[in-house]
Design a protein around this ligand. Structure first.
Ligand code: GUN
Length: 287
Protein backbone atom coordinates (compact mmCIF):
# COMPACT_ATOMS: atom_id res chain seq x y z
CA UNK A 1 0.00 0.00 0.00
CA UNK A 2 1.45 3.37 -0.92
CA UNK A 3 1.59 6.24 1.54
CA UNK A 4 -0.60 9.35 1.17
CA UNK A 5 1.23 12.66 1.56
CA UNK A 6 -1.01 15.09 3.43
CA UNK A 7 -0.48 18.37 1.59
CA UNK A 8 -0.65 21.07 4.27
CA UNK A 9 0.47 23.73 1.82
CA UNK A 10 -2.50 23.15 -0.50
CA UNK A 11 -4.95 22.76 2.41
CA UNK A 12 -3.68 26.00 3.98
CA UNK A 13 -4.17 27.83 0.67
CA UNK A 14 -7.78 26.59 0.63
CA UNK A 15 -8.37 27.77 4.21
CA UNK A 16 -6.85 31.19 3.42
CA UNK A 17 -9.13 31.45 0.38
CA UNK A 18 -12.17 30.76 2.56
CA UNK A 19 -11.00 33.31 5.15
CA UNK A 20 -10.47 35.91 2.40
CA UNK A 21 -14.04 35.35 1.12
CA UNK A 22 -15.47 35.86 4.62
CA UNK A 23 -13.34 38.97 5.18
CA UNK A 24 -14.60 40.46 1.95
CA UNK A 25 -18.23 39.65 2.82
CA UNK A 26 -17.78 41.17 6.30
CA UNK A 27 -16.43 44.38 4.80
CA UNK A 28 -19.38 44.64 2.44
CA UNK A 29 -22.11 43.75 4.89
CA UNK A 30 -20.81 45.49 8.04
CA UNK A 31 -18.00 47.80 6.89
CA UNK A 32 -15.62 46.00 9.27
CA UNK A 33 -12.08 44.82 8.54
CA UNK A 34 -10.61 42.22 10.92
CA UNK A 35 -7.29 43.37 12.41
CA UNK A 36 -4.41 41.31 13.82
CA UNK A 37 -1.72 42.85 16.03
CA UNK A 38 1.55 40.94 16.30
CA UNK A 39 4.05 41.91 18.99
CA UNK A 40 7.71 40.92 18.65
CA UNK A 41 10.18 41.67 21.44
CA UNK A 42 13.82 41.41 20.39
CA UNK A 43 15.46 40.18 17.22
CA UNK A 44 15.37 36.39 17.35
CA UNK A 45 15.92 35.45 13.67
CA UNK A 46 13.38 32.58 13.57
CA UNK A 47 10.74 34.77 15.26
CA UNK A 48 11.41 37.58 12.77
CA UNK A 49 10.75 35.17 9.88
CA UNK A 50 7.50 33.94 11.45
CA UNK A 51 6.28 37.48 12.21
CA UNK A 52 7.03 38.69 8.66
CA UNK A 53 5.17 35.72 7.23
CA UNK A 54 2.18 36.27 9.52
CA UNK A 55 1.98 39.97 8.55
CA UNK A 56 2.21 39.22 4.83
CA UNK A 57 -0.50 36.56 4.89
CA UNK A 58 -2.76 38.73 7.08
CA UNK A 59 -2.70 41.46 4.43
CA UNK A 60 -3.15 38.92 1.61
CA UNK A 61 -6.52 37.77 3.01
CA UNK A 62 -7.67 41.39 3.25
CA UNK A 63 -7.19 41.94 6.99
CA UNK A 64 -5.36 44.79 8.72
CA UNK A 65 -1.94 43.87 10.09
CA UNK A 66 -0.45 45.87 12.98
CA UNK A 67 3.17 44.98 13.73
CA UNK A 68 4.80 46.13 16.97
CA UNK A 69 8.53 45.51 17.12
CA UNK A 70 10.02 46.26 20.52
CA UNK A 71 13.63 46.43 21.74
CA UNK A 72 15.02 43.31 23.36
CA UNK A 73 15.34 45.21 26.68
CA UNK A 74 11.74 46.47 26.71
CA UNK A 75 10.44 46.50 30.30
CA UNK A 76 7.52 44.34 31.40
CA UNK A 77 5.57 47.50 32.30
CA UNK A 78 5.97 48.90 28.77
CA UNK A 79 4.95 45.60 27.16
CA UNK A 80 1.89 45.33 29.42
CA UNK A 81 0.97 48.94 28.61
CA UNK A 82 1.08 48.15 24.87
CA UNK A 83 -1.10 45.05 25.36
CA UNK A 84 -3.56 47.15 27.38
CA UNK A 85 -3.79 49.62 24.49
CA UNK A 86 -4.36 46.81 21.98
CA UNK A 87 -6.98 45.22 24.27
CA UNK A 88 -8.91 48.50 24.12
CA UNK A 89 -8.41 49.23 20.41
CA UNK A 90 -11.64 48.45 18.50
CA UNK A 91 -9.68 48.01 15.25
CA UNK A 92 -7.65 45.15 16.78
CA UNK A 93 -9.57 41.86 16.95
CA UNK A 94 -6.63 39.51 17.49
CA UNK A 95 -3.41 39.93 19.50
CA UNK A 96 -0.39 37.63 19.25
CA UNK A 97 2.78 38.06 21.30
CA UNK A 98 5.49 36.07 19.56
CA UNK A 99 7.21 33.53 21.83
CA UNK A 100 9.74 32.94 23.22
CA UNK A 101 10.07 36.24 25.04
CA UNK A 102 13.44 37.51 26.37
CA UNK A 103 14.25 35.98 29.77
CA UNK A 104 13.49 39.07 31.88
CA UNK A 105 9.82 39.00 30.80
CA UNK A 106 7.30 36.75 32.55
CA UNK A 107 5.64 34.85 29.71
CA UNK A 108 2.60 33.70 31.73
CA UNK A 109 1.95 37.20 33.02
CA UNK A 110 2.22 38.69 29.54
CA UNK A 111 -0.01 36.09 27.87
CA UNK A 112 -2.63 36.37 30.60
CA UNK A 113 -2.77 40.15 30.17
CA UNK A 114 -4.21 39.70 26.65
CA UNK A 115 -8.02 39.99 26.58
CA UNK A 116 -9.15 36.33 26.26
CA UNK A 117 -11.51 37.16 23.38
CA UNK A 118 -8.55 38.66 21.42
CA UNK A 119 -6.14 35.82 22.33
CA UNK A 120 -5.89 34.28 18.85
CA UNK A 121 -3.10 31.95 20.04
CA UNK A 122 -5.48 30.38 22.57
CA UNK A 123 -2.75 30.49 25.25
CA UNK A 124 -4.63 32.59 27.86
CA UNK A 125 -5.50 30.57 30.95
CA UNK A 126 -9.24 31.23 30.32
CA UNK A 127 -9.03 29.74 26.84
CA UNK A 128 -7.01 26.78 28.14
CA UNK A 129 -9.76 26.14 30.72
CA UNK A 130 -12.57 26.55 28.20
CA UNK A 131 -10.90 24.08 25.79
CA UNK A 132 -10.31 21.60 28.64
CA UNK A 133 -13.98 21.69 29.58
CA UNK A 134 -15.23 21.44 26.00
CA UNK A 135 -16.56 25.00 25.83
CA UNK A 136 -16.24 27.56 23.04
CA UNK A 137 -12.73 29.02 23.17
CA UNK A 138 -9.88 30.28 21.05
CA UNK A 139 -8.02 27.13 20.00
CA UNK A 140 -4.20 27.13 19.61
CA UNK A 141 -3.32 27.36 15.92
CA UNK A 142 -0.89 24.47 15.45
CA UNK A 143 -3.07 21.78 17.07
CA UNK A 144 -6.13 23.21 15.29
CA UNK A 145 -4.31 22.87 11.95
CA UNK A 146 -3.37 19.27 12.80
CA UNK A 147 -6.98 18.45 13.73
CA UNK A 148 -8.29 19.94 10.48
CA UNK A 149 -5.88 17.79 8.44
CA UNK A 150 -6.82 14.67 10.42
CA UNK A 151 -10.55 15.31 9.94
CA UNK A 152 -10.02 15.94 6.23
CA UNK A 153 -8.09 12.68 5.85
CA UNK A 154 -10.17 10.40 8.09
CA UNK A 155 -13.62 11.94 8.23
CA UNK A 156 -14.59 10.75 11.72
CA UNK A 157 -11.80 10.23 14.29
CA UNK A 158 -14.18 8.55 16.74
CA UNK A 159 -12.69 5.56 18.58
CA UNK A 160 -9.21 5.83 17.04
CA UNK A 161 -6.11 5.43 19.22
CA UNK A 162 -4.12 8.66 19.14
CA UNK A 163 -0.67 9.15 20.66
CA UNK A 164 0.64 12.69 21.05
CA UNK A 165 4.41 12.75 21.58
CA UNK A 166 5.24 15.91 23.54
CA UNK A 167 3.47 17.66 26.40
CA UNK A 168 3.99 21.36 25.67
CA UNK A 169 1.31 23.93 26.46
CA UNK A 170 1.49 25.18 22.84
CA UNK A 171 1.00 21.86 21.05
CA UNK A 172 0.96 18.60 23.04
CA UNK A 173 -1.64 19.36 25.71
CA UNK A 174 -4.17 21.24 23.52
CA UNK A 175 -3.72 18.62 20.77
CA UNK A 176 -4.68 15.91 23.24
CA UNK A 177 -7.77 17.90 24.32
CA UNK A 178 -8.88 18.37 20.71
CA UNK A 179 -8.44 14.66 19.88
CA UNK A 180 -10.40 13.77 23.02
CA UNK A 181 -13.11 16.17 21.86
CA UNK A 182 -13.30 14.15 18.63
CA UNK A 183 -13.70 10.93 20.68
CA UNK A 184 -10.21 9.50 20.17
CA UNK A 185 -8.60 7.37 22.87
CA UNK A 186 -5.68 9.64 23.70
CA UNK A 187 -2.24 8.99 25.17
CA UNK A 188 0.25 11.79 25.83
CA UNK A 189 3.79 10.43 25.62
CA UNK A 190 6.94 12.38 26.48
CA UNK A 191 10.64 12.12 27.23
CA UNK A 192 10.02 10.00 30.38
CA UNK A 193 7.56 7.58 28.74
CA UNK A 194 8.67 3.96 29.19
CA UNK A 195 9.03 1.98 25.95
CA UNK A 196 7.81 4.70 23.62
CA UNK A 197 8.09 2.45 20.50
CA UNK A 198 5.64 0.00 22.10
CA UNK A 199 3.21 2.82 22.98
CA UNK A 200 3.41 4.24 19.46
CA UNK A 201 2.83 0.85 17.79
CA UNK A 202 -0.74 0.90 19.16
CA UNK A 203 -1.50 4.30 17.60
CA UNK A 204 -3.81 4.81 14.62
CA UNK A 205 -2.79 8.48 14.81
CA UNK A 206 0.65 9.78 15.81
CA UNK A 207 1.22 13.49 16.44
CA UNK A 208 4.93 14.15 16.93
CA UNK A 209 5.75 17.39 18.74
CA UNK A 210 8.92 16.78 20.71
CA UNK A 211 11.32 19.20 19.04
CA UNK A 212 13.94 16.50 18.36
CA UNK A 213 15.02 16.04 14.76
CA UNK A 214 13.95 12.73 13.14
CA UNK A 215 13.23 11.22 16.58
CA UNK A 216 10.25 8.97 15.75
CA UNK A 217 11.39 5.94 13.74
CA UNK A 218 9.47 4.08 11.05
CA UNK A 219 9.55 0.78 12.94
CA UNK A 220 7.77 2.45 15.91
CA UNK A 221 4.75 3.12 13.69
CA UNK A 222 1.77 0.81 13.21
CA UNK A 223 1.37 -0.10 9.52
CA UNK A 224 -1.21 2.19 7.92
CA UNK A 225 -1.20 4.77 10.75
CA UNK A 226 -1.57 8.49 10.09
CA UNK A 227 1.49 10.51 11.14
CA UNK A 228 1.33 14.25 11.78
CA UNK A 229 4.78 15.80 12.15
CA UNK A 230 4.78 19.11 14.01
CA UNK A 231 8.59 19.40 14.21
CA UNK A 232 10.56 22.09 12.42
CA UNK A 233 14.25 21.42 13.03
CA UNK A 234 17.23 22.83 11.16
CA UNK A 235 20.08 20.33 10.74
CA UNK A 236 23.33 20.09 8.78
CA UNK A 237 23.48 17.13 6.39
CA UNK A 238 26.01 16.52 3.63
CA UNK A 239 27.28 20.06 4.22
CA UNK A 240 23.82 21.50 3.59
CA UNK A 241 21.32 23.22 5.85
CA UNK A 242 18.13 21.15 5.90
CA UNK A 243 14.69 21.41 7.49
CA UNK A 244 13.47 18.15 9.06
CA UNK A 245 10.59 17.16 11.31
CA UNK A 246 10.40 15.15 14.54
CA UNK A 247 9.74 12.01 12.48
CA UNK A 248 12.32 10.13 10.43
CA UNK A 249 10.43 10.68 7.18
CA UNK A 250 12.45 8.19 5.09
CA UNK A 251 11.61 5.19 7.30
CA UNK A 252 8.14 6.39 8.41
CA UNK A 253 6.80 6.78 4.89
CA UNK A 254 7.42 3.09 4.18
CA UNK A 255 5.07 2.09 7.04
CA UNK A 256 2.52 4.89 7.50
CA UNK A 257 -0.78 5.10 5.63
CA UNK A 258 -0.54 8.90 5.52
CA UNK A 259 2.07 11.41 6.63
CA UNK A 260 2.65 15.17 6.63
CA UNK A 261 5.92 16.28 5.02
CA UNK A 262 8.34 18.85 6.50
CA UNK A 263 8.27 21.47 5.09
CA UNK A 264 4.80 21.73 3.56
CA UNK A 265 2.74 19.91 6.20
CA UNK A 266 1.74 21.38 9.55
CA UNK A 267 3.70 24.65 9.18
CA UNK A 268 1.49 26.39 6.58
CA UNK A 269 -1.66 25.31 8.43
CA UNK A 270 -0.57 27.12 11.61
CA UNK A 271 -0.71 30.58 10.01
CA UNK A 272 -3.90 29.73 8.10
CA UNK A 273 -5.53 28.86 11.45
CA UNK A 274 -4.22 32.09 12.98
CA UNK A 275 -6.05 34.01 10.26
CA UNK A 276 -9.18 31.91 10.79
CA UNK A 277 -8.99 32.61 14.56
CA UNK A 278 -8.66 36.35 13.89
CA UNK A 279 -11.75 36.25 11.68
CA UNK A 280 -13.60 34.30 14.39
CA UNK A 281 -12.54 36.85 17.05
CA UNK A 282 -13.79 39.67 14.83
CA UNK A 283 -17.16 37.99 14.22
CA UNK A 284 -17.61 37.18 17.95
CA UNK A 285 -16.82 40.81 18.86
CA UNK A 286 -19.88 41.83 16.88
CA UNK A 287 -22.15 39.40 18.69
N1 GUN B 1 6.40 30.73 18.76
C1 GUN B 1 6.40 29.52 18.16
N2 GUN B 1 5.14 29.14 17.86
C2 GUN B 1 4.33 30.12 18.30
C3 GUN B 1 2.93 30.30 18.26
O1 GUN B 1 2.15 29.47 17.79
N3 GUN B 1 2.47 31.46 18.81
C4 GUN B 1 3.31 32.39 19.36
N4 GUN B 1 2.76 33.48 19.89
N5 GUN B 1 4.61 32.24 19.40
C5 GUN B 1 5.12 31.12 18.88
Amino acid sequence: MSVTLIDGKAFAAKVRGQVAEHVSALKESHGVTPGLAVVLVGEDPASQVYVRSKGKQTVEVGMNSFEHKLDVDTSEADLLALIDRLNNDPDVHGILVQLPLPEHLNEDLVINSIAPEKDVDGFHISNVGLLGTGQTSMVPCTPLGCLMMLREHHGSLSGLNAVVVGRSNIVGKPMAQLLLGDSCTVTIAHSRTKDLPEVLRRADIVVAAVGRPEFVQGDWIKPGATVIDVGINRIERDGKNKLVGDVDFASAQTVAGAITPVPGGVGPMTIACLLANTLTACCRSRG
